[in-house]
Design a protein around this ligand. Structure first.
Ligand code: LMR
Length: 395
């Protein structure tokens, strides 16, 4: 059976992790996978998570099966985090389940869309997260792209995006990054969201909002602006959320899948299909990460602490953006990189060729994705001079 297989290359993002770990250069810099790192280059467990974990250890008294929906308290707290005080919650039209990370949520979304319409088309931004296309295709969806990032001008191709969305058919799905666009760091402003929402409402396609970085852009509520506006205006919608980044729970694999139905009854019917999808893939989600998140979100004290820790992460990433721009200028780079400071979230494209990306890796032990996507959190005061000098040299 296995004899016909051909080896596949390592994942373009996760493969970098292994290479970086094997590199013995003491000056190596990891700008690859999207994980937050502190000034010392460490991805530490948040203090609020440590406290929630202690509470969990002290109080957990069973490991019995939890069921495909996961923890009801987590689902409830996540809905509030995503939507705030929103009419879809008041109208009882949203159904949230716990999923194994954001990726698990996206896969549930894909399988659910397939249950609605076999071979359905989902539109994704060009570019999008490297895993989106493979993940949706693996579930049998047809993936098409709409213009998004203007590589030449390092900005959003909003006219191109809007024109393409106006041509989408009403029985297609459209994936939108709620905030901190991965990989470009280019987000829609509020006015642009309003226009996209108008198009979605007019056509009636299914918006699928991927929110993997809530709180990493401008703030928890600010980052949910477009998502909440969309939810206010459309009849049906899906949200795929992740607690990997904003709670630092990467390896715990915890996220949420939310659907909004036109009525409470249609939401229940759709949710029953989602639960059968879950049963057929992983049966039920892991419980530990959900328990930590629900403990934090349902405690005033821990939630306040989490907000403060999240702000530290957000501010550091935003500070790194300006720091790199300044250091490049300081090191005599004349090309304009100021766009990096105007972008948002974990990533930006440096805008160099794949050959130059490879050169940075081979000669300077600086690791970023082949598209020149940098994970901004990997920059630190201790490595930014070396980084800027190396970029100056390969330019
Ligand atoms: C990334 O884009 O680097 C992260 O979302 C991690 C991953 O799974 O790819």
């Amino acid at each position: 059976m296995f004899g016909s297989l051909k080896a596949l290359p390592a994942d373009p993002i996760l493969g970098l992790l292994a290479k970086y770990r094997e590199d013995s250069n003491s000056q190596k810099i990891d700008l690859g996978v999207g994980v937050y790192k502190n000034e010392a280059g460490h991805t530490a467990v948040l203090d609020c998570v440590k406290r929630a974990e202690k509470h969990r250890n002290d109080t957990e008294d069973s490991k019995v099966y939890i069921g495909p929906t996961g923890s009801p308290l987590f689902n409830d707290e996540m809905s509030k985090l995503i939507f705030g005080h929103h009419k879809v919650l008041i109208e009882n039209r949203a159904r949230t389940i716990s999923t194994p990370g954001g990726t698990g949520s996206l896969r549930v979304a894909a399988e659910f869309i397939k249950s609605c319409k076999a071979g359905a088309t989902i539109w994704v931004s060009n570019p999008t997260w490297a895993n989106h296309t493979g993940l949706f295709e693996a579930a049998g969806l047809t993936v098409k792209t709409y213009p998004y990032y203007d590589y030449e001008n390092k900005t959003l191709d909003f006219d191109g995006m809007l024109a393409a969305l106006k041509e989408v058919s009403s029985d297609d799905a459209v994936l939108l990054h709620a905030c901190c666009h991965n990989p470009s760091g280019m987000d829609l402003n509020n006015e642009q969201w309003q226009q996209v929402v108008e198009v979605a409402k007019g056509i009636g396609f299914l918006p699928v909002l991927d929110m993997a970085y809530q709180g990493f852009g401008k703030g928890l509520d600010e980052d949910a602006y477009g998502l909440r506006l969309m939810a206010e205006n459309v009849k049906e919608m899906i949200v795929c959320s992740s607690c990997s980044k904003n709670f630092g729970l990467y390896r715990e694999r915890i996220g949420g899948f939310t659907l909004i139905g036109e009525t409470p009854l249609s939401a229940d019917i759709a949710n029953s299909v989602v639960l059968s999808v879950v049963r057929g893939i992983y049966s039920m989600p892991p419980a530990h990460g959900a328990a930590l998140v629900e403990t934090i979100l349902s405690s005033d004290e821990l939630r306040t602490q989490w907000h403060a820790e999240l702000k530290v992460m957000r501010d550091r990433i935003n500070g790194n953006r300006q720091l790199l721009v300044d250091k490049l200028v300081e090191n005599g780079v004349t090309r304009d990189f100021s766009f990096i400071a105007r972008q948002s979230g974990m990533f930006s494209f440096l805008g160099i060729s794949p050959e130059q990306v490879q050169q940075l890796q081979d000669e300077y032990s600086i690791y970023m994705v082949g598209s020149s996507r940098m994970s901004i959190a990997g920059i630190a005061n201790s490595n930014v001079d070396y980084l800027a000098q190396s970029i100056a040299k390969i330019l």
